[in-house]
Design a protein around this ligand. Structure first.
Ligand code: SAM
Ligand code: SF4
Length: 326
């Protein structure tokens, strides 16, 4: 099966699937007031619906699915979700992005269910600052979760750090941390969202400065794989870990776009910062709808724009990234 391809000849091997909007953390750049329950919201996709999404994308050439949210591990059926996706032979990699609060207990179980990679968000190596940023006093648990993921044998454990002005002072500490640990430390430029305007202006730091610093200190750019995420990866002979830089404001960022998104209520989003999603849910009720589902996904791709409009301050429908998973 040919991979999904858009009008700009970009190929889509990678699906980011949000399975819940709910989160128990209150990260200052994402959900500073915490998750707001809405009794009228639509139910999140069931395990069967998720399996049908995975089957459709798998048959359209997707090889990697990332489970995200909200906090994906807030779903009680999280292991069943992994196992259902693992049944799809075309999906070679199942990754998750997590705040890490359940990792210490569950990493080995999730690995056994078929999870192949973990990204853990960790914005500070200082417990007090971690608490300030996330609203949760769970630094020790998250660090134990990272260790548990390495022990569980995940081939890749990545750490997501949102790049913000205060981080400059902590860079040496983060670098020392990965000197003897096989972690990939990914710095993600802070992105402006509908709800985070002032925050963005106050804290945004371009990754360009960090990129130059890394190159000066002997870090080298590593070649990119077809289903790799958006990060530029750097390695260094003296470090066991790697560094990833995600710079959505970089002028060529959208050229290498290889990913699509489906929200927790079954809307296909062609861009993290696009407008309205395309509803897939009416085609997720039964296996007999697979062909129609695949046809809708395929035809939707003609609407994918060449680039996002973040530079013009247009953040699309992303009120915050807990809605669509970052
Ligand atoms: N709750 C999980 C977590 O925090 O890892 C998964 C969802 S979270 C929305 C996914 C990633 O998006 C996290 O690594 C988070 O740090 C990042 N993120 C959230 N808001 C962001 C923003 N405004 N700019 C850049 N990254 C952001
Ligand atoms: Fe929750 Fe993740 Fe958003 Fe933090 S970044 S509030 S952990 S969804």
């Amino acid at each position: 099966m040919l991979p999904l391809t858009d009008t700009f000849q970009r190929k889509f091997y990678y699906l980011r699937l949000s399975i819940t909007d709910v989160c128990n953390f209150r990260c200052t750049y994402c959900l500073p007031d915490g998750y707001q329950h809405n009794k009228d919201r639509e139910a999140f996709l069931s395990v069967d619906e998720i399996a049908r999404v995975a089957q459709a994308f798998g048959q359209l050439g997707t090889t990697k699915i990332r489970l995200t949210g909200g906090e994906p591990s807030m779903r009680r059926d999280f292991s069943d979700i992994i196992a259902a996706i693992h049944q799809q032979p075309e999906i070679k990699q199942i990754a998750m992005t997590t705040n890490g609060y359940r990792l210490a207990k569950e990493a080995a179980h999730w690995r056994a269910a078929g999870l192949s990679a973990v990204n853990v968000s960790l914005d500070s190596l200082d417990a007090r600052q971690f608490h300030q940023i996330t609203g949760q006093n769970k630094f020790t648990e998250v660090m134990a979760g990272i260790d548990a993921s390495l022990e569980a044998g995940f081939p890749v454990v990545k750490i997501n750090v949102v790049l913000m002005k205060h981080l400059t002072q902590q860079l040496p500490e983060f670098l020392a941390w990965i000197k003897h640990r096989p972690l990939q430390l990914r710095f993600i430029e802070l992105m402006e969202t509908g709800e985070g305007n002032d925050y963005f202006l106050q804290h945004h730091l371009s990754g360009e400065h960090l990129r130059r610093q890394l190159l000066e200190e002997g870090w080298q750019l590593v070649a990119r794989l077809p289903d790799a995420g958006p990060a530029q990866i750097f390695s260094h002979p003296d470090y066991q870990g790697q560094i990833g830089l995600i710079m959505p404001y970089d002028k060529d960022f959208c050229d290498s776009c290889n990913r699509l998104r489906v929200s927790a209520i079954g809307q296909l989003h062609l861009c993290l910062f696009g407008e309205q999603g395309i509803d897939l849910r009416d085609l997720l009720h039964s296996d007999s709808q697979q062909q129609l589902l695949q046809a809708r996904i395929q035809s939707s791709l003609t609407q994918k724009k060449q680039t996002h409009f973040l530079h013009q301050g247009m953040t699309g429908m992303a009120r915050n990234l807990s809605y669509i998973g970052g």
